[in-house]
Design a protein around this ligand. Sequence first.
Ligand code: URP
Ligand code: ZN
Ligand code: ZN
Length: 459
Amino acid sequence: MALLIRNGEVVTVGARLQADLYVENETITRIGKDLDAPPNTEVIDATGKLVFPGFIDPHVHIYLPFMATFAKDTHETGSIAALIGGTTTYIEMCCPNRNDDALEGYQLWKSKAEGKSACDYAFHMSVTKFVKETEAQLRQIVADGTASFKIFLAYKNFFGVDDGEMYQTLELAKRLGVIVTAHCENAELVARLQQKLVAEGKTGPEWHEPSRPESVEAEGTGRFATFLENTAATGYVVHLSCEKALHAALGAKARGVKIHVESVLPHFLLDKSYAERPGVEGMKHVMSPPLRAKHNQAALWNALAGGPIDTVGTDHCPFDTEQKLMGKDSFVNIPNGIPGIEDRVNLLYTHGVKRGRLDMDRFVDAASTRAARLFGLYPRKGTIAEGSDADLVIYDTNYRGLVSATSHHVNNDYSGFEGMPIEGRPSVVTVRGKVQVRDGKFVGERGRGRMLKREPSHF
Ligand code: URP
Ligand code: ZN
Ligand code: ZN
């Protein structure tokens, strides 16, 4: 059925206008004033509301075998939570480990999403080793429409690559025109510091941050940048957490390195005192890179507002209380990750736009458009234009509520953002023209999501 969205304030990067949107066959076909509603058109009145392009989360984990357990969401639960929060596309990290075959891993990750996700999705393909068949396999994966890679400089002997493997990955990525995303922490230093702290009897979650200090992340970020500089590849630092690492990235950018920066919701709103809470409360806030000293937040907000931080993702990675307790005797065994897929847009809008830290343009750019541009989805996704997919978020700025695990849809028994206020939420969310969410409830079609095929563009 065709859809007409009337009288909303349409917000895209660089423009805000009062307009109607007409949608046929999954696509926005007309934008204008006082558009007609032909017979069989569903009409939605968006008077007094903002209309955003569907938001894109460039960094999520849905299926993830990690630290002797599995992240809790499935594509059914994760995509519904994403949609309720206004995210209409997510890019999942496909993460086979060093002992797995990359191509088999890729097929496995695809099979977990296909027919299950209610929103559209794509993958970043992790390169967790570089052996003789890797180049051919990665070529096949890129030809299948997955035009971004992921490397981990952390997680030694599991996901982590050494410098030789990083070089080979970047060199191939340059030839293929593929952007490489990277988790930047020095694996060796993390392993040594973990051992030292545990040997000293420092085993609680409050020692997670000291085991991966800011300098360890800054080193990883700087090293990644140096490798980009010497391969001419394009890179994207994921979940950057602190000012020191930001300096490393921005210094490289200033000398012409093609490096982009993502930070993630927890690093803007939570600080290391959350992980210093006693017992399991602290464990719930263990992720990597760790939550940092509070002064880093101002640096991140400023860099986001000004543009040096390109995107805000979530690094959504839910482990429940029982799983977190796997690390009760040592922080080294606490599964790393904090969920956030449902809360990113509302918390960023509230604590960014409403609190005056972020203008509307940068909000839309950082939460949708920039990711679409960097990862080969634009202008199909990430904007509102004739010919774009009708992924739309009609946003109610008068809504008031609190984030809580008692009402969220993520398959997890806690929220890292419990009790935080939100001042706004999606009232209607569409995926390719179909209404999937109304006022906090999923009302749509499960399994509607499609894998988005992307072309390499970073030559
Ligand atoms: O703590 C985190 N970030 N967990 C997910 C895995 C990763 O490093 O992104
Ligand atoms: Zn990571
Ligand atoms: Zn991650």
